[in-house]
Design a protein around this ligand. Structure first.
Ligand SMILES: O=c1ccn([C@@H]2O[C@H](COP(=O)(O)O)[C@@H](O)[C@H]2O)c(=O)[nH]1
Length: 238
């Protein structure tokens, strides 16, 4: 399949401390070229008003709040998040099958619902850190296990590293979303990310969406970096 720009695969992580900074940043962006991700930092500061402001400007929003609680609480949070009209929301797969099913059921019958995905293993973690949390099967094994559980629970896809994308594509299919943070264009700093992959390699390996924060948001010329990434992806065969 040839990569098209009709469905923007790049999701820019707006990890900013307040609404003014975020809104000023998005002025140079085109909603046809990217989606936006709002996480804890910005949502705690600016809340639903900011989500509405971004959507009014034409952007689809991934509300990345990674819900992880008992099934009833997560179901309520998903219902409330869906009411904001966002494109995508997420939970932690390690919350378990009952929690993920409750999240999915909470979105049923609500008309146009957001995509619901689950975080497998954070891209900032490696085998050693996972082992230190008492999980000995390694990042690959744990991501595969949780991604399988996520699909069985009826969700639309997972957050994973693009390093796991090939095996997840093989085991769970191409329709099951693989939303991949830890994307680093060649030469950019890894920062706190451990499992990094370049944009082109990620798409080639089966990532359906690329989450990119600091390499774009902290660049001297964010639009130029975004354009370069689009160029890197143009005409790529997957
Ligand atoms: O496993 C995960 C899940 C979420 N994230 C989020 O993605 C972005 C990545 O930002 P960068 O600046 O490109 O590192 C950030 O908002 C994280 O909260 C993740 O990195 N890994």
């Amino acid at each position: 399949m040839l990569i098209q720009n009709s469905e923007p695969r790049i999701i820019i992580a707006l990890d900013f401390p307040d609404a003014d900074t975020a809104l000023s940043f998005v002025k140079s962006l085109d909603p046809a070229q990217c989606r936006l991700k709002v996480g804890f930092e910005l949502f705690v500061a600016a809340g639903p008003t900011l989500i509405e402001a971004l959507q009014t400007r034409g952007f689809e929003v991934f509300l990345d709040l990674k819900f992880h609680d008992i099934p009833n609480t997560v179901a309520g949070a998903c219902r409330t998040a869906a009411a904001l009209g966002v494109w995508m929301i997420n939970v932690h797969a390690s919350g378990g099958r009952r929690m993920m099913e409750a999240a999915r059921e909470a979105l049923e019958g609500e008309g146009k619902r957001p995509l619901l995905i689950a975080v497998t293993v954070l891209t900032s973690m490696d085998d050693a850190e996972l082992e230190a949390c008492g999980i000995g099967r390694g990042v690959d094994g744990q991501a595969r296990f949780l991604a399988g559980l996520t699909q069985e629970s009826g969700l639309d896809g997972v957050v994973c590293s693009a390093r796991e994308a090939p095996v997840l594509r093989q085991e769970l299919g191409t329709e099951f979303l693989k939303v991949t943070p830890g994307i680093r264009p060649r030469g950019s700093e890894a920062g706190d990310q451990k499992r990094i992959v370049t944009p082109a390699d990620a798409i080639r390996d089966g990532a359906t969406h690329l989450v990119i924060g600091r390499p774009i948001t902290r660049a001297q010329d964010p639009s130029a970096v975004l354009a370069a990434i689009h160029q890197e992806l143009l005409g790529l065969e997957t």
